[in-house]
Ligand binder design. Sequence first.
Ligand code: UDP
Length: 320
Amino acid sequence: MSTILVTGGTGFLGANLCLRLTREGHRVICVDNNSTGRLENVREIAEHSNFRFLLHDITEPLHINEPVARIYNLACPASPPAYQGRHAIQTTRTCVLGALNMLELARAHNATILQASTSEIYGDPLEHPQAESYRGNVNPIGVRACYDEGKRCAESLFFDYARQEGVDIKVIRIFNTYGPLMDPNDGRVVSNFICQALAGRDLTVYGDGSQTRSFCYVDDLIEVMIRMMNSPKGFTGPVNTGNPGEFTIRELAERVLAETGSHSRIVYRGLPLDDPAQRRPDIGLAREKLGWEPAVQLSEGLKRTIPYFRTNIARFRGED
Ligand code: UDP
């Protein structure tokens, strides 16, 4: 049986992917330094004979003593509060050195490698919705640049490894995703709002809440990620992966209040620097090439996510 390696395997997306692949009977090596990931996310499969956890920072080279057929490169802090400030330099290192090391591993094993790129490569987009052909509007010296430019550089490395070294690459650009196994304290909008609503605290809308995002439920995202990995050799992407349903942040706050039945108030705080004003994926390519589109819309996704946070609310610190 061929082995699948998942970097960032104890993070939100990585753990959801490891759970699904392991349950489907694949041999999975989960690699993480647990800087933002949490071992408890993979607790359910920790003892499974097909599952192995490897504590490793991908900014260092990685050697694996068994054939690896597929690599999902997901490792990187992904929440703005997690990648800005004190972790900025480490974020760029993870994006760039991590991509280099994992591409070398893919080359050594003749493995297919999928890069978890991001809608952030479009920056504060001037084209709406964003298609893969759009080249973006990133502030290269701003506080988000460590992530945005790091991920852009990783994409460039992926395509150079494909051209120069013949590595079989796949690139997806992930838009905002939410669901079970999100860290209640990672500071993202869906986790913050649900935890605030459940704790009876104020929902903190940054700015006037007119900025938009498009929210994809995690199961839909994992499905398209696997479809992309299994797509015909030579189909590299990049492919936008996300739910095109677009909501203002104020609308999201209202939905969360309705779905949780909470009486919390909505309060307004300062808008973070370089916060993109609007974001919505054009998913025409994913539809055409992967036969994929999201099945779970926001209200249903929130209904499935809220119980997870109810069980984990005790850990919510709620600093904003
Ligand atoms: N946001 C907010 N309140 C919060 C956390 C985030 O209003 O408690 C806003 C944030 O400013 C941004 C949007 O919600 O406009 C999405 O933020 P998130 O950090 O989830 O993702 P990203 O900015 O990377 O899309």
